[in-house]
Write a protein that binds this ligand. Structure first.
Ligand code: AMP
Length: 189
């Protein structure tokens, strides 16, 4: 089973990915994790990506696509995978399609964990205004930027899958168990 999981920062996407891996014994392909590994190992790629990641901006498409291509071709993807944090732009989605066509791999479901982004921003603003810690305020600014980037760059990707009739949307404003149950119900269907 091959899945794509969408959700803005703060929607609980990571938690749901973990639960899905456990239940379906598939692997998670997280471009965010792969980039963090590159940063940790101080590779050239990691050095270039770090400043963008620190601001919550996107890393260039070509870098991400090359990384994903290498990973998907690796044999540990054979039982299935969850794409987490990818594709994040229309270009990435189109390139992913082309790659999967060549490899004869099918995406079974595209799942959007939908949360009210205005509410997320409201929460962030409230916490920032209550915080006396400058570092926290910095983090909130980054989170706000990440949500903005999600809206501008990733919402069109979600629309792309909706137009292809591949998208299932889950109400992410429910508790973790309920969200997970709804995802599982969709996958059994
Ligand atoms: P994440 O852990 O998925 O939220 O990713 C952390 C950061 O890595 C993001 O804020 C981006 O800077 C970068 N990143 C991760 N995935 C992608 C992607 N598919 N395209 C561009 N940048 C990405």
């Amino acid at each position: 089973m091959n899945l794509i999981l969408f959700g803005p920062p703060g929607a609980g996407k990571g938690t749901q990915a973990e639960l899905l891996i456990e239940k379906f014994k598939i692997i998670q392909i997280s471009t965010g994790d792969m980039l963090r590994d590159e940063v940790k190992s101080k590779s050239e790629l990691g050095k270039n990506a770090k400043a963008l990641m620190d601001r919550g901006d996107l890393v260039p498409d070509d870098i991400i696509i090359a990384m994903i291509e290498k990973k998907i071709k690796m044999s540990d993807c054979i039982n299935g995978f969850i794409l987490d944090g990818f594709p994040r732009t229309l270009k990435q989605a189109v390139e992913l399609n082309a790659l999967l066509e060549v490899l004869k791999i099918k995406i079974d479901r595209v799942i959007q964990i939908d949360v009210n982004e205005d509410l997320l921003l409201e929460r962030i603003n409230k916490r920032a205004s209550e915080s006396v810690n400058i570092r926290n305020d910095d983090n909130y600014k980054i989170l706000k930027n990440r949500i903005k980037v999600y809206k501008n760059d990733t919402m069109p990707v979600i629309q792309y899958y909706r137009d292809l009739n591949k998208l299932c949307t889950i109400n992410g404003m429910q508790n973790i168990e309920k969200v997970f149950q709804e995802i599982v119900d969709i996958l059994w269907f």
